[in-house]
Design a protein around this ligand. Sequence first.
Ligand code: HEM
Ligand code: HEM
Length: 545
Amino acid sequence: MSTASDSGAQRRGKAPAGERVADWADGRLGVYSLAKANMRKIFPDHWSFMLGEVCLYSFIVIILTGVYLTLFFHPSMEEVTYHGPYVPMQGVKMSEAFASTLDISFEVRGGLLIRQIHHWAALVFLCGMFTHMMRVFFTGAFRKPREINWLFGFLLFFLGMMTGFTGYSLPDDLLSGTGLRFIEGVFLSIPVVGTYISMFVFGGEFPGMDLIPRLYPVHVLLLPGIMLGLLVAHLILVFYHKHTQYPGAGKTEKNVVGMPLLPVYMAKAGGFFFLVFGVIAVLSAVATINPVWTIGPYRPDQVSTGAQPDWYMGFAEGLVRVMPGWEITAWGHTLVLGVFIPIVLFPLVLFAIGLYPFIESWITGDKREHHILDRPRNAPTRTAFGVAWLTAYFIMLVGGGNDLWATHFQLSINAITWFVRIGFFVGPVVAFIVTKRICLGLQRRDKDKVLHGRETGIIKRLPHGEFIEVHEPLSQEQLHTLTQHDQPDPYEIGPAVDENGVKQKIKPSQKLRSKLSKGYYGEDNVIPKPTREEYHEITSGHGHH
Ligand code: HEM
Ligand code: HEM
């Protein structure tokens, strides 16, 4: 018996192979309607939107190279004696993990390159996430409806840091062992339960025999698995919300101006993947990273000088290094504040970043959807916060490498420590004030440009002898870009007494919110946009240039 679809297939008997495969897939997965709905989706274009892609592609490179490394890496702390080709280590006792890392570097074909690509890709990945996060922050792309996606992204950043840390702890070299010793100190500084946690994690006294076999599944499976799930959710949300766009002519909160996903964006993205992969591969081929054979295997009685964590852990390292070594001893127990305060501060700072979108919308009371990005100068307080945070981060990075700064620049380590201690409190405040002034200055400049046009640099002499500079009026597109932004009023508490004469109870949180809101939108924090009347008055010829 022949069915309708059979006869359809007969009619298309001569259809090209590709079409037949597509038909086959459509019959089972409904790909046509899926593709029709999504493949022409429009993506706005801007170089800064490539930063998310850098994260994506470096993550793929990490997974590909990580799988290759698992084929040769032995996550074991059993002691072996080295007899491999690296002569300086002949006869040295080391863990199997360290010996297999040496094997990967010197005996496995392409092993060293793959190890280096894995490590460089991890550095690029975290750097990409950091910069992508800054792009999202400074342009306000985290505002409604993208707060949850910011949260997913933030978790990716946090887990990325943890995965990187567990990764560079695996080779069991002197550097990674020193890092793990640091973690032991962190556990031990936790009051009451610290010793138990440390014993539980290390399976007894540090370092024990269990640590590397335990870290291994966490590094290759657990954390990357969670990250993969979050990443898919992150990208689905980018797709679902549609991408934001920079302000410009023809762009509104209700449309998306850009190029279709297929073929233009896909082609660009495919090419960009190979570019990212290529750059990481070249870096890995020419720049040594983590040469564990020069560092040597971990021995608890040794510490190498110049020990540095990877850059993303530098903030935490810096906090611990510059913190005064305070201790409180009571009832036979010691509370090591010198370590405990930094390890509480570190997650608190991270937590504040994760919750920032919710904090800002509470302060400003802004519950509207935003698909047009802010120009950072038009949100001076947010921009200033971001720069203050970056300043604190980089000052702590100096603290985390205080020994290297001292040896490289012939400086006293105490002087650097004091510089970082003072800088941590003063630097962000100065950065905040300066950034805010710059933003307001730029807003003034925008206002000036709208009202008086662009300075052309052409000086003319008028018949009566006066010199003037010729100003060129802006195009309609430029005028739109410079004036499209909102300037909302700050949150007001409302009258203390209502219309019936009843005293309103004002909560302290309302007072705080009103104060903070003035800090965002108050008089001193915005330069009012030129009004229509001002513009017409000046451009109708009465203005004097
Ligand atoms: C594995 C790491 C990550 C990957 C692969 C990734 C990927 C992407 C991609 C491809 C986009 C669209 C293109 C773009 O705007 O750059 C995007 C957008 C976004 N990402 Fe990420 N991201 C990651 C981490 C983060 C982090 C750490 C944050 C913030 C804490 C974040 C927050 C966002 C937000 C809010 C958007 C929407 C932006 C918009 O529509 O303008 N992402 N992400
Ligand atoms: C975000 C994800 C990841 C990051 C940031 C990361 C980072 C790192 C880093 C920095 C190292 C130290 C490399 C060295 O210099 O020796 C490392 C080692 C390692 N990673 Fe990953 N990794 C990630 C995911 C993975 C995955 C998914 C796998 C496996 C499927 C994997 C397998 C390994 C193995 C086997 C080692 C030890 C080999 C060695 O150190 O030479 N990694 N990882």
